[in-house]
Design a protein around this ligand. Structure first.
Ligand code: HEC
Ligand code: HEC
Ligand code: HEC
Ligand code: HEC
Ligand code: HEC
Ligand code: HEC
Length: 442
């Protein structure tokens, strides 16, 4: 039989079954249940993004760490326990506070009034800036920050450097493939059930070698033994796998939000934030080479030979620096065997992409924070930007090149003259070739 004949039969079969199945709302119901469970999981993730962009510079939610504002771990319980007032629950007042804390204070709510004195600086007013949905998502995140963590992330054993970073995305894609497979089996089950209840299909080979689909009430062959059904199942399975494979190949290694635990609890919030140490004091190669270096422990020793204990962990974490350089604080000698600190790498572009820090930091005058987010508020660094191709290209389309007082650009004479003549108002990175494939790809 020709391949087209087989296909034709299959398509007819699929259509026939589909139409009858859609009539049976049982399937619809099962889909609703399945998709609901995924929606719940996404909420906290969306909430995390809102939280980080609007609240993250002053609040921390996962650690018990005070920043400008209080740590928000357990905050919903705190308001429910102490914030109920004038017939409204603590959680309702919490909402009032977050949208406009002045309203909560003006109402006379004692909890809000006490809270107002927490810090000399005041919280931002968010009235009109957070939608109901964003609020609900954000609350889901505050309630359970773990729900928004990347699968398997967060608690990786330290010391398993570099390659570790790809595991997270692999786990989630394996899950996605499994999920798709379960969904497919369910679909097959429901389709088959319909076929059986209607007792409708048999495939018959006619004398001229053609195949025909017979629809009869008498056929008692169970659906799963029918060859059309089996090939349908096979076809659909292959399709799902090809789709999942393609998707995972593109997304593999992408890991926005990745936040591994580091071997030493080094805090950017404490060093770059509170103590205002310049980024390039430690990452000094960022200005003039491709990579920004991770500082060696001897850089840490510039200060930590003297600073021997910290506010949060006392001596335990700083002692790890001494172990790493082989220094004995008691005798002030480098008398021990040094041990390497294996920082877990967070940002990692695929090998086929060329990215150069110096070009962006020195020539382009792009701030570290534009790409890395508010590092100076992070207790633990996480990947703030997606590092996808779209992310790079979008910025190149919209970002003006800094021509003024920037000798690096003297070569682009054409644009200079255009600017001077007044017929060109801006020059974007795209204009100087920043969206050409070979600029970013080896
Ligand atoms: C500019 C800094 C800042 C930003 C941004 C900010 N807050 Fe606050 N927040 C504070 C300060 C400071 C306090 C303590 C009250 C005071 O001293 O005025 C506070 C208090 C709170 C409290 C009460 C905490 C408790 O223990 O009861 C909650 C809840 C809160 N903030 C939620 C949020 C949320 C949600 C966001 C983001 C939508 C946010 N805050 C953004 C500074 C900030
Ligand atoms: C006192 C030294 C020090 C200072 C100051 C400092 N960093 Fe770091 N930075 C480190 C160390 C150590 C690591 C590796 C451990 C970690 O990820 O926390 C790191 C990691 C990072 C990473 C993640 C690297 C990766 O693995 O992908 C980024 C991004 C970063 N720093 C940016 C900044 C920026 C931006 C600033 C300024 C706001 C800054 N750092 C200030 C020491 C420092
Ligand atoms: C320019 C000075 C300087 C450098 C360089 C520096 N630190 Fe610190 N570090 C400090 C200061 C100041 C403190 C806080 C002491 C305090 O507040 O009591 C601190 C505290 C710490 C703490 C204790 C945190 C706590 O809450 O207990 C750790 C751990 C730490 N640093 C790790 C590092 C590491 C790792 C490096 C190198 C990558 C480094 N530091 C480089 C100045 C520095
Ligand atoms: C235009 C965006 C951009 C800017 C601006 C930028 N970075 Fe990066 N940074 C990246 C990307 C992309 C990577 C991943 C590079 C890779 O995997 O090769 C990265 C990686 C890093 C790393 C890990 C080591 C490495 O080079 O792979 C550190 C540390 C770092 N950046 C620090 C900084 C500091 C400090 C500044 C400011 C002086 C800065 N970055 C400015 C985009 C940027
Ligand atoms: C926040 C904005 C921003 C982001 C994000 C960004 N870039 Fe750029 N990029 C610039 C600016 C500004 C320049 C111009 C500086 C120059 O060419 O000297 C530039 C220049 C370049 C150039 C040189 C182009 C040329 O024609 O000389 C390359 C290559 C490049 N970027 C690669 C990347 C890659 C890869 C990424 C993503 C991983 C990225 N950039 C993300 C702003 C950005
Ligand atoms: C400004 C930098 C930049 C330019 C220009 C650029 N790319 Fe990319 N490209 C990237 C980055 C970064 C990635 C890695 C994305 C990731 O890890 O998901 C990428 C990934 C890819 C991939 C792998 C599939 C994927 O999405 O991960 C292909 C294929 C690709 N680029 C083709 C092209 C072609 C074709 C062009 C020219 C039309 C081009 N790129 C121009 C930065 C760039």
């Amino acid at each position: 039989m020709s391949i087209f004949a087989t296909l034709k039969i299959q398509i007819q079969f699929i259509f026939y079954i589909m139409i009858h199945t859609i009539k049976k709302l049982g399937l619809f119901l099962s889909f609703t249940v399945l998709s609901l469970s995924t929606v719940v999981a996404q909420d906290a993730k969306a909430g995390k993004a809102t939280f980080r962009s609007k609240c993250g510079s002053c609040h921390d939610v996962s650690l018990q760490q005070k920043m400008t504002g209080p740590a928000l771990a357990g905050v919903i319980d705190r308001w429910n326990a102490g914030g109920a007032f004038k017939g409204k629950s603590g959680e309702e007042w919490l909402k009032t506070w977050i949208y406009n804390w002045n309203d909560a204070v003006a109402s006379g709510n004692p909890y809000a009034n006490k809270m107002q004195n927490f810090d000399a600086s005041a919280m931002t007013v968010f009235a009109g800036q957070i939608s109901e949905v964003e609020y609900a998502n954000m609350l889901a995140y505050i309630k359970d920050p773990a729900a928004a963590a990347p699968a398997g992330g967060g608690d990786k054993a330290a010391g398993a450097a570099v390659t570790d970073s790809k595991d997270d995305s692999k786990t989630s894609y394996t899950l996605a493939i499994l999920g798709a497979f379960v969904l497919l089996l369910l679909l097959a089950y429901f389709l088959g059930k319909t076929a059986k209840s209607l007792d409708l299909v048999s495939v018959e080979k006619k004398k001229d070698g053609q195949f025909a689909v017979n629809i009869s009430k008498e056929d008692k062959t169970p659906f799963y033994l029918k060859s059309s059904f089996k090939s349908f199942l096979l076809l659909a399975t292959v399709l799902v796998f090809v789709f999942a494979l393609g998707k995972s190949a593109i997304g593999l290694g992408r890991q926005q939000g990745y936040q591994p635990t580091q071997p030493i609890k080094f805090s950017h919030a404490l060093h770059a934030g509170k103590n205002k140490i310049d980024c390039q004091y430690c990452h000094f190669t960022a200005a003039d080479s491709k990579h920004a270096n991770i500082p060696s422990v001897s850089t840490c020793m510039n200060c930590h030979a003297a600073v021997q204990s910290g506010p949060q962990y006392g001596k335990t974490e700083i002692n790890k620096i001494y172990e790493a350089v082989g220094w004995d604080p008691a005798t002030n000698t480098y008398s021990k065997e040094p041990k390497k600190v294996e920082w877990v790498r967070i940002h990692n572009l695929p090998d086929h992409v060329y990215f150069n820090h110096a070009q962006h930091v020195t020539a382009g005058k792009v701030e570290c924070q534009t790409c890395h987010g508010p590092i100076e508020t992070m207790e633990e660094v996480y990947q703030y930007s997606p590092l996808s191709m779209g992310w790079c290209v979008n910025c190149h389309r919209n970002h003006d090149v800094q021509f003024v007082d920037n000798a690096y650009y003297n070569t682009f004479k054409k644009f200079h003259d255009g600017m001077k003549a007044g017929d060109r108002k801006r020059v974007t990175v795209e204009d100087i070739g920043g969206t050409e494939c070979q600029k970013c790809h080896y």
